[in-house]
Design a protein around this ligand. Structure first.
Ligand SMILES: [Ca+2]
Length: 70
């Protein structure tokens, strides 16, 4: 299946880059796609994104230059 291949590639790339992700083709990442209610293989998300702190909005000075916040 095409989505299985895409899921495998995406998971491997994320693992190599140390990016924790969740794939909608296997939400719990146990390799079993039949143990879930929703199969959404086009869906990717960062694992634990709900617990992440939002990045503060970028600030720009009057000249349009990005000003870093501490
Ligand atoms: Ca599963």
């Amino acid at each position: 299946m095409c989505w299985d291949m895409i899921g495998h590639i995406g998971n491997e790339v994320a693992k190599r880059l140390s990016i924790p992700i969740v794939w909608g083709g296997d939400w719990d990442g146990d390799g079993d796609k039949s143990d879930q209610k929703l199969y959404d293989p086009a869906h990717w998300e960062l694992a634990h994104w709900r617990m992440m702190e939002p990045e503060p909005p970028h600030m720009y000075n009057a000249r349009g230059k990005l000003v870093r916040r501490e």
